[in-house]
Ligand binder design. Structure first.
Ligand SMILES: C[S@@+](CC[C@H](N)C(=O)[O-])C[C@H]1O[C@@H](n2cnc3c(N)ncnc32)[C@H](O)[C@@H]1O
Length: 272
């Protein structure tokens, strides 16, 4: 019932503030417009809920790249990868680049490849990273990562923010209620499994792959991970803990909250 209620009310507009940039004056301008402000990523980012939505160009600090629009649940993704200077990182399904930008804010000294199957959507990643001023050195690659031959290239960290039913963000896309069919779930979980299997060989031994979706359906989340683990004995699931959501046997699940964050799933997989 709580999930249905949350899906029926307008989602709040939530901002991410890059506290590693000069943000004090911007924060002072934003605070009167905020209902809640929370620090995360070890203080490197701040999440601010606006009391009412604003056009992006009216948001102080947006054009200067200090502030981005991003739901709170998505703001936990980049930090879970524990990025270190020099890490070779693949953002496999990167567009429109919300999490790509956050990764580069938290650790600019990574070698990042941003892929997406859609060239138009990958352009959005470039625009986003240019606005944030973190676009230097990024390799952009339009490809279907289930077909791509990495030719021996391996990554320390991979983010697979997989295409999904969007069942955690129905309040932002209410057409999902009309358009989705139960049978779509099988197609999504098959696609997610293909993506995960295809990316695994590109992860270094000792590396970490973070699997995420904006879905609350177990078939797309823990179900995908459990099936994957049946065929990979070189995969380990370290436990993770967030200040929102609930633990799963494998991974962590957030459910949409009235006036709060979206539904989201996270599972970190380490290659042993
Ligand atoms: C959930 S969205 C990613 C959102 C993004 N990570 C962000 O934070 O802004 C999923 C993306 O996966 C891309 N995609 C779907 N199938 C793909 C494939 N086989 N290879 C590469 N990208 C794919 C879609 O075009 C879409 O942009």
């Amino acid at each position: 019932m709580a999930i249905i209620a949350a899906n029926d009310v307008q989602a709040p507009m939530t901002l991410r503030i890059n506290t590693q940039r000069d943000h004090e004056a911007i924060l002072a301008d934003l605070q009167p417009l905020a209902v809640r402000v929370r620090s995360h990523s070890g203080g490197a980012s701040m999440c601010l809920y606006l009391s009412s939505p604003l056009g992006v160009h009216d948001i102080p600090g947006f054009s200067a790249g200090v502030v981005s629009v991003q739901d709170e649940a998505s703001q936990y993704v980049a930090a879970l990868l524990q990025l270190r200077s020099g890490d070779v990182v693949l953002d496999a399904c990167s567009a429109p680049g919300g999490k790509t930008g956050h990764m580069l804010e938290l650790q600019p000294a990574i070698r990042l490849t941003a892929c997406d199957i859609s060239d138009m959507r990958l352009e959005k990643v470039k625009e986003n990273l240019e606005r944030l001023g973190v676009e230097k050195e990024v390799v952009y690659h339009v490809c279907d990562v289930t077909q791509y031959d990495w030719d021996g290239e391996v990554f320390d960290k991979i983010l697979l923010d997989a295409p999904c039913s969007g069942s955690g963000v129905i309040r932002r896309h209410p057409d999902i209620k009309l358009l989705r069919r139960e049978s779509d779930l099988r197609a999504f979980s098959d696609q997610q499994q293909r993506l995960l299997q295809a990316l695994w060989p590109a992860l270094k031994k000792g590396g970490k792959l973070l699997y995420t979706t904006c879905s609350i359906m177990p078939e797309e989340n823990e179900g995908v991970i459990k099936e994957f683990l049946k065929h990979h004995d070189d995969a380990d699931i370290p436990s993770i803990q967030l200040s929102i959501g609930v633990p799963q046997e494998r991974g962590w699940q957030c459910f949409p909250q009235v006036g709060g964050h979206d539904g989201f799933y996270y599972c970190l997989i380490e290659k042993t």
